[in-house]
Design a protein around this ligand. Sequence first.
Ligand code: HEM
Length: 113
Amino acid sequence: MTRQETTANALLFLAAGQFSPTNLTAHALERMAADPDLFIAFRDDPAVRPKVVNELLRFATPEVGVTRMTLEDTEVAGTVVPAGSAVYLLLASANRDERVFPDPDRFDYTRSP
Ligand code: HEM
């Protein structure tokens, strides 16, 4: 890689590697502070931990969205996005889609998916 590419990647890793884990950890602490039973379950039952993390990622999505470029005209929900467009996809919104997650505003680590 060129020096410029190395610097750009180092900055990307610094930013990407810091904010998402920080956000997720903060959301986890906030939720467990508000719900001591959740904290106890997380602390005492290793089987519960991945479920809690998955539900935290859905409920309080630490990386709100991602950017993509369309390579061709692409229809999304009746709207054509022209080729070459930058599209910001809201993961946090998708994670609260009531067509996928019943009662989406409820934190429930027993849900599947
Ligand atoms: C809770 C932890 C983390 C979450 C939820 C998370 C989430 C994400 C998401 C959603 C993306 C966008 C992926 C996409 O565009 O499809 C991403 C990209 C990225 N993450 Fe993380 N991340 C986490 C931790 C980390 C850590 C610890 C590092 C590095 C030390 C890191 C480095 C990166 C990099 C370099 C990218 C950009 C990849 C690319 O565009 O090719 N992430 N992350």
